[in-house]
Structure formats: structure tokens, C-alpha cells
Design a protein around this ligand. Sequence first.
Ligand code: IFM
Length: 472
Amino acid sequence: MPSSLNQAFARGRRNDRFPDDFIWGVATASYQIEGSRRADGGADSVWDAFSRKPGAVLGGMNGDLACDSWNRWREDIELLRGLGVEAYRFSLSWARILPEGRGKPNRAAIDWYRRFLEALLAAGIEPWVTVYHWDHPNCLEEEGGWPSRDMALRYGEYASVCFREFGDLADKWITLNEPWCSSLLSYDRGFHAPGLHDKAAAYRAVHHHLLGHGLAMEAWKADTPIGSVPTGKAGKGSPQIGIVLNLGLPRPATRREEDKEAASRAGDEATALFMDPLHGRGYPERHLAAYPGLSMPVQPGDMEKIAAALDFIGLNYYSESVVEAVPVSKEHPEGFREIESFHDKTEMGWPIVPGGLARMLRIVHETWKPKALYITENGCACPDLPDVDGRVRDKDRIDYLRSHLEVCEEAIAEGIPLKGYFEWSLMDNFEWAWGYSKRFGLVHVDFKTQVRRPKDSYNWYREVIAGHGLET
Ligand code: IFM
């Protein structure tokens, strides 16, 4: 064999576009997969209560059974092992660990998560643990939920319990998942639990999420038995903590200056509102100025806590919206509106725009310069009907993932510190207000029988991981 060919084979992968330490993973969240809400001392979460409200979740569906992962977790780990992922991002359930929202931790739930973490490590899979992915105990919601400052303090205590109980088994931590959703989508748009329409409450919720995050950062530094995690094969690097955001950076409808300016302002609610305070820049004045009735309930010392140095920012990217400038009115107090996009759309109705991921990575890198970035979620909902032979030929998902991974390759080549990619999701699961009607999984789940069937995209992603990159 010519020596150049030998060298190409010796590299053991198909291209060099992803650095050796790039992490390949997949993600899920507790309420979306676990089921067995009351088992082992678990309490009602805000999503259990919300899904009982008529009309809140499509078809009255709920997370009572979900993917039954509370019982079938060994099968799930086998699926992860078969996929060859190096890392698994999943979340802990606050309503299980502290069923009363505070006080004595529930041993049975802690033991369950410890068994699960141990089994992941034994399988050579690095745990990436999300402390909070929206399922807080409903008793805390009844006390005021995120609009109340007390919730931030309770969350700080909960995070501290998690670090103490699991810090010897996990050293990659995420404080919050998409706080935009659990504040604005939950307390303003009313689409997520608890389903309120109260803008002032939603902005208080934003601040309290961020304050809770800051308190968790303090606890992590104090409570983590750093360096003691037996991460085995997957032990890439040192302990890390970050936050996961679903930034929204709309594209201007045209090149007109007013559209560009409008799109930049439209990005404030889901981007600067979180990124600026996290990076010590305070809340974006131009955004808050559009809503004179709103104020952020900041107390002395809060902003310093919120700005604690992060090891990484996790970005969840699915789509990109388009915005144009319009005259300021009651309906459009900020002088812009979203317009329809004519890109192909996923089952969620979300336009497929891989270029939006490229824009987002560049803007985030240039504006806030985070130490490291991870794509902590990326994927799509497709119809995914098994054929007569039981095979799920989800070519659309493969195309979607490939096009977004190509963007990741380019971002790395440009020098953006993108360190890993977590596909959403390992398996079809409870898609919040859409119930089980939207399938995001690499694995098909029959929600009647709980039979799990790897889709074509599972096998495709397995090859990508094994080859450490896309085929060239
Ligand atoms: O399923 C959700 C996940 O819980 C948070 N990010 C977006 C996903 C798809 O909607």
C-alpha cells in the first residue's frame, strides 16, 4: 500500500475535521423519559400538575409512563452502548430528589440515580448531568414558583444536594436547561407549565433562574469532590460546569438597515437577556426599555453571583426565525415582527436552517467569547412510521443531522471552540405540550408496548461516532 494511503488508514477515522477530544453524545431529560412519577418516593412535579389541566397538553397526555426508563434503564444503557456515544446528557428530577422541595433528600431516588451513574461509567459513558430540566416539585410552584425569590434559594440548595450526592460519579454538570422556556414560555406565553400569562412574573422568573444558577455555581465550587470521578474511557479532561441556553438570534428579513437592527433587538429576549448577565454585562437596557412596566428584582450581590466564571456554554439549536421591522404599536412594542420562513420544515413546523447554527456560533463566539461551546441539543421531529418490516427509514433526520454537523466542522475550522455535540434525542419521548405526537428519537418507541427500535438515523450516527466525523 502506498505510504500516504497507509497513513490515511492509520489515522483510524475518515477525516480530521473534529479534534481528537471532541465529544460525541446524545441527550434526554427526566420528565420526558422516566415515567413512574410516584415510584420510590417521588412527588408531583409542576409538569404532572400542568398535564392534568384540560387542554394543557395535546390529547390530555402526560409523563406518567413516558418511556418507562425508571424501570427500563438497563435497556437504555444498552442502546447508548450500541450507539457508541462517549457522553450521555440526562437530567435529575428535583421532584424525586427533594419531594418536599427542600429538607431531607429522598434516599430511594438518590440510590436510583447512583446505580444509573455507576452503570453508565461501567459502560464507558461519561455522564453529563443537567440539574434542572423543568420538573420542579409542584409544592414549590404552589408557593410561587420561579417568579418568587425563594425559588432561587431552594434551587441553590437542591443543586448543592446533587453535587454532594453525585459529585463522586459525575464531573460534567449543567445547572439549568433553557431557562428561557421555564420562564418566558411558562409564565408569559403559557405554553409550558405552569401555563401563566403574566409578563412581569416571567421576567422575575428570568432573574430567579439566573440567581439560582449563580447559587449553584457557588455550591459546585464548595461541594464537588473534584477530581475523584472514575470516568474511565470517557474521562476527557477536567471537571466542568456550564449552563444550557436556547438562544434565539433571528435573521433579518432583508439587508435593509432597519431589518438588521430589528433582528438584533429581536434577539435580546432569548439571547442578551441571559448571555449579558452571565458575562457580567447586566441586563440589556434596550430590551427592558421597551417594557417600562417591567423591572428585574435585582438585590445587592445578585449580579456578581450570576456572572461566576463558566467552563462552557451549551447551545441547543433547532431552527432560526426571520424578523422584519414594523412601526411600534401595542401589538409590536419593540417595532419588529416575525415573518414566515419558506425553508422546509420539520414535524414541529420549525424551518430547517443549518446556516442559522453557523450564524449563532459566530455571533456567540465574537460577542461573549465563552471558553468552550457545546451543542447540547440538535435534532428534529419526523413522522417516523416503522415499515412493515419494523424498520424506520428516517432519511430526513439523517439529512438534518448531517447538514448541522457540516456546520460544526466549519465552525471548528474557523477557530470557534466547539468541543462536542449531543444529539436530541436518544429516543422518542414526551415532547411537553405536544405529548407523544412529536418524535425526536434516534430510537423509535412504541408507547403502547415500550418496544424500542433503533431507526436508520441511530445506525447512521453510530457510524459518525465510530468514524469520529462525517464521511468525506
Ligand atoms: O424536547 C425538548 C427539550 O426538552 C428541550 N429542548 C428542545 C427539545 C425539543 O423541543
